[in-house]
Design a protein around this ligand. Structure first.
Ligand code: AHM
Ligand code: MG
Length: 328
């Protein structure tokens, strides 16, 4: 099956695809391509560890807590190490913002890119064989190479992303990313150790019937959210909630749907993190024709004030996000 628009067939290996489109990237020096390769490679390593987690007793808590006060799972820590190692060796990134690290990881090199990453999202699902994922954003540094990495470099709004995406370790492992020219997905073939183009120029359906929200918190949702949930029920929508953002998002991307994590009494700003969860998926969904909002504001336009800032998230099919936010 040859895709006439890009001249590359479904089944093209990731590396070949990246090479073919390298010149389309902003600045096109090959470093962004290399970063994507680094992410894909570290993703293979994490995929291997995720797959054997039950076997070698890697899963479960190690008793320490990360800076959000959440239980840190062993695989969270491992995934963080794998990705940071890949970026350190690669040399294209100068700084990393990670869910697992309180401060910016400054690599003290001449790299031009800043990475924001949630190395293993949905980690409470590891022990029960449910899909989990890695979420990443890539920014260009604003200060000149050679100078220290500045706060400006690190706290950039999502609209500045040059690439973003995620790896979903699910029934199969898939890498989905955008460099601002549509969204492509590559399914991992473990026996060959290679990713192949499986979804070219992904478009999220404009409308859908699936809504994904942790409704156990409905008592503390604000009125507009509950009004929208009422609408979903009256209009025979379908509730689907895995509890792994990447997995819920990916299903909705393919089938049409909306994912909501509004503010709650426990998490007044919402639970999800702007810099390494919301922005990356917001860039992907917009590139696929969907929308991402806090309820009142476009996610990609928020100017971050801190590394681990949270925000409410409404993300998915355009018409569903428009309807959900219309109650505000
Ligand atoms: P994590 O980064 O600690 O894994 O938390 C983020 C996860 C998302 O993947 C998921 O959608 C959400 O938290 C589930 O939260 P809740 O259990 O409150 O419904
Ligand atoms: Mg997370």
């Amino acid at each position: 099956m040859e895709d006439s628009r890009i001249g590359l067939p479904i089944g093209t290996a990731l590396d070949r695809f990246i090479k073919r489109f390298q010149d389309d990237f902003p600045y096109a020096t090959g470093e962004l391509s290399q970063l994507l390769r680094d992410i894909a490679l570290a993703g293979k390593v994490v995929n291997r560890e995720v797959n054997k987690a039950g076997l070698i007793n890697l899963s479960g808590s190690i008793g320490s807590e990360n800076i959000q006060g959440e239980d840190q799972q062993k695989l969270d820590v491992l995934a963080n190490i794998r990705f940071i190692r890949a970026f350190t060796k690669g040399g294209e990134a100068c700084a990393i913002i990670s869910e697992e690290d309180e401060k910016v990881v400054d690599l003290h090199n001449n790299g031009k890119y800043i990475i924001a990453i949630d190395p293993l999202d949905g980690s409470s699902n590891i022990d029960v064989n449910v899909s989990i994922g890695t979420i990443f954003s890539i920014y260009r540094r604003l200060s000149p190479v050679g100078s220290p990495v500045s706060e400006e470099d690190v706290l950039q709004p999502g609209i500045n992303q040059v690439a973003s995406g995620y790896l979903l370790y699910g029934s199969s492992t898939i890498l989905v990313y955008t460099t601002g020219k549509g969204v492509n997905a590559f399914t991992y073939e473990p026996t060959l150790g290679e990713y192949f183009l499986s979804h070219h120029d992904l478009r999220i359906p404009d409308d859908g019937k699936i809504y994904s929200v942790n409704e156990a918190s409905a008592h503390s949702f604000n009125e507009p959210v509950n009004q929208y949930l009422e609408y979903c029920k009256k209009n025979r929508h379908t509730a689907r909630y895995i509890g792994s953002l990447v997995a819920d998002f990916h299903r909705n991307l393919l089938k049409g749907g909306i994912y909501l994590y509004p503010s709650t009494d426990q998490n007044p700003q919402g639970k999800l993190r702007l810099m390494y969860e919301c922005n990356a998926l917001a860039f992907v969904v917009e590139q696929a024709g969907g929308k991402a909002s806090t309820g009142t504001e476009r996610i990609l336009e928020i100017k971050p004030k801190s590394l681990h800032q949270r925000c409410p998230l409404y993300i998915g099919s355009k018409k569903m996000v428009d309807r959900a936010t219309s109650y505000y």
